[in-house]
Design a protein around this ligand. Structure first.
Ligand SMILES: [Ca+2]
Length: 451
């Protein structure tokens, strides 16, 4: 390695393997491995009396989940320590993840024990690259980090299967293999963790029923024109079903409502079997950051950027500022108020008419209306890049500060959450679709003084 001595300062290859127990966020309860008693009613002499009964089935094999991780990494410093680089490739496999399986009704009042059944793997790459140097009188450093960490559920309740049987009946085992058969992001074996599983809006030719038959109808799925409505009525008359509200009526499916695609082709539009995996979850696949600092004479500046990509958020219309519900005492999102659908077939010249709106019509209740259905309409790209911190400082020259007996005097202004570059229309994609608090922009003025 003699010939690298003039440019290479450090080169290290790391290989590690570890296995750790992990409570997975849901601790194993103190007596969970035992069959415990709870109060229950017994019939005795023709009357119900209180007593005790064994109400839970025990799993004496219960344990924490286990994570095994293999990591291979390289650390490198070169060019007089001005360049630093680290790279890591890892494969983490978590086994024995706890979950409560469904139980047969013949088990009576007993609850199923949790079992160490699910397995999940995360493969990832993490890179950091840094450079620090001096240019004239300016000392500066820049560094960036990047990670790619996709995950996959390797084992859960079995393989999801759906399709037509030999008699032409649609069969699906989603109720048996998914963590929830109605969730917008169920856990299912073979998929990424909590991959979105949603209906999609119907996409028609926009040319109406007479021209195209089944393929006609609204181009983007929303009943906007009288032609769209004529198509819908003709389809219903032909025997097709439009979920969830089925019939044409102002309180059911009306102008300004979406209808949903019939993916499995059974003639039921927007049924539970018409949901599709969206190949994306609310966990970012990519995370990245960028740090920079510079100092010139007494002045210094630093900034810290962070971002994430490769994820979407389900910002449903029932709990966000995109809600179409106009209720007394509740606010209505400005975007919705300004760009909502309006059409009155009895008075097409009403000045409020807006058939090319972005949002559907206003409704009186947030749930149960045709547009409140869980669909990909409410799946938003959540990629973001934030300037999380920006700091300016000034250090008063020692010759000046010494006069007031101060060794070192630095004054600074620091701003947190400076700005966020994102297309996500909700509050803050870093905090998820339903944040419990909001991210504040804070300005801090301060002084570091040492005597
Ligand atoms: Ca269908």
């Amino acid at each position: 390695m003699d010939n690298t001595r003039n440019w290479l300062d450090n080169l290290k290859l790391r290989v590690s393997y570890g296995s750790v127990g992990n409570n997975g966020g849901t601790d194993v309860g103190e007596y969970e491995y035992m069959s415990t008693y709870a109060s229950a009613k017994y019939p005795l002499g023709g009357k119900l009396v209180s007593g005790l009964a064994s109400t839970s089935i025990a799993n004496s094999m219960l344990s924490w989940e286990t994570s095994k991780m293999v990591n291979v990494g390289v650390d490198l410093n070169a060019l007089n320590n001005r360049l630093s680089f680290t790279a890591d490739v890892f494969h983490k496999k978590t086994t024995g993840i706890l979950f409560t399986p469904s139980i047969y009704l013949t088990a009576g009042n007993k609850t199923a024990p949790r079992q160490n059944i699910a397995e999940m793997s995360t493969k990832g790459v993490e890179l950091t690259l840094g450079w620090n140097d001096k240019a004239g009188e300016v000392n500066y450093s820049v560094s960036g980090n990047f990670s790619y960490t996709p995950n996959k559920i390797d084992k859960y309740k079995g393989v999801f299967q759906a399709g037509y049987d030999e008699n032409g009946n649609w069969k699906s085992n989603i109720g048996d293999v998914a963590s929830s058969s109605s969730a917008v992001d169920p856990i299912i074996e073979g998929n990424m963790k909590k991959e979105f599983y949603l209906r999609s809006p119907y996409k028609g030719s926009g040319k109406g029923y007479d021209v195209d038959g089944v393929a006609g109808g609204p181009a983007d799925g929303m009943i906007r024109t009288e032609l769209d409505m004529a198509w819908l009525k003709a389809m219903i008359a032909e025997g097709y079903t439009f979920m969830p509200n089925k019939t044409v009526d102002k309180s059911k499916i009306w102008y300004g409502d979406y209808i949903y695609a019939d993916v499995n082709g059974d003639g039921i539009y927007g049924g539970t079997d018409d949901r599709e995996f969206q190949n994306v979850s609310a966990d970012p696949k990519f995370n990245f950051g960028f740090q920079m600092s510079a100092a010139w004479r007494g002045f210094d500046i630093s900034m810290n950027w962070a971002g994430a990509a490769g994820f979407k958020l389900y910002w449903g219309p029932t709990f966000g500022h995109n809600s179409l519900a106009a209720n007394v005492g509740y606010s209505l999102g400005k975007d919705v108020a300004d760009n909502r659908y309006f059409y009155n077939p009895d008075d097409p010249s009403d000045p409020r008419t807006n058939i090319n709106s972005k949002y559907g019509r206003l409704v009186t209740t947030a749930s149960g209306n045709q547009n409140a259905e869980g669909t990909s309409l409410y799946l938003y790209n959540a990629n973001y890049l934030k300037l999380k911190n920006l700091t300016f400082g000034y250090t008063v020259p020692v010759s000046v500060s010494k006069k007031v007996f101060i060794e070192n005097l630095r004054v600074y202004i620091s701003i947190e959450n400076v700005f966020n570059i994102t297309k996500y229309p909700g509050q803050d994609p870093e905090l998820g679709a339903t944040p419990q608090y909001t991210s504040l922009r804070q300005f801090a003025f301060g002084a570091n003084i040492s005597f």
